[in-house]
Ligand binder design. Sequence first.
Ligand SMILES: [Fe+2]
Ligand SMILES: [Fe+2]
Length: 239
Amino acid sequence: MNKNVVRAAADASPVEGVRPLISPDFIREHPRVRNYVRMADAALEQIGYTEHGERHVGLVSRIAYNVLKRLDLPERTCELAGIAGYLHDIGNAVNRDHHAQTGAVMAMQLLNDFGMEDLEVLTVIAAIGNHHENDGDPVNPVAAAVILADKSDVHRTRVRNSEMIKFDIHDRVNWAVEKSFLNVEPDKKHITLELTIDPAISHVMEYFEIFMTRMLASRKAAKSLGATFGLAVNGNRLV
Ligand SMILES: [Fe+2]
Ligand SMILES: [Fe+2]
């Protein structure tokens, strides 16, 4: 357990009735959260999905925090985005279908157990329950940040099986992405997903074929934060 976890525990309610603030580090390091994240990823591995484990949720947590930080939202809102980002995929431990909503209820249980206050819990679980592109909406800034962060994680390291012959379109697109970066420009209020794709592996059109709904979700999320969203592939701005 690292220093921040100890700090979060030591901060526990010096004043009667005041609950401690739960930090993203506390969540990341907690053994119960580790179990939830690992079991969710193990279930997805069984059904052939790309990596959704500590690498993915750790990255989503950091990106979600940074998006709001760059846009100058209050520090605590940024931290809640970091927490929601880390917990957003735990519902996969139950079932891939409706994993956003299932995960929200599971996170509520965990965060209540950790002593988080209700309004923060509700903000975080709304973000988790709305992170999926098909049935989610940026209902608050934390939700918008998690959507943007989650949809930006497309990368070769997510492919579990390195035998190209067995690749499906998701594997191929992820494998083709050598670099992905969510660039937030606070002055212009513009957010760009910058991708470097190897066209020999996956044609840019394939990327659009499977990621169109994700791009639309990202655009909606950016708009809710008062920003525009764009996509740049190999240095060329596409939208
Ligand atoms: Fe998800
Ligand atoms: Fe995810």
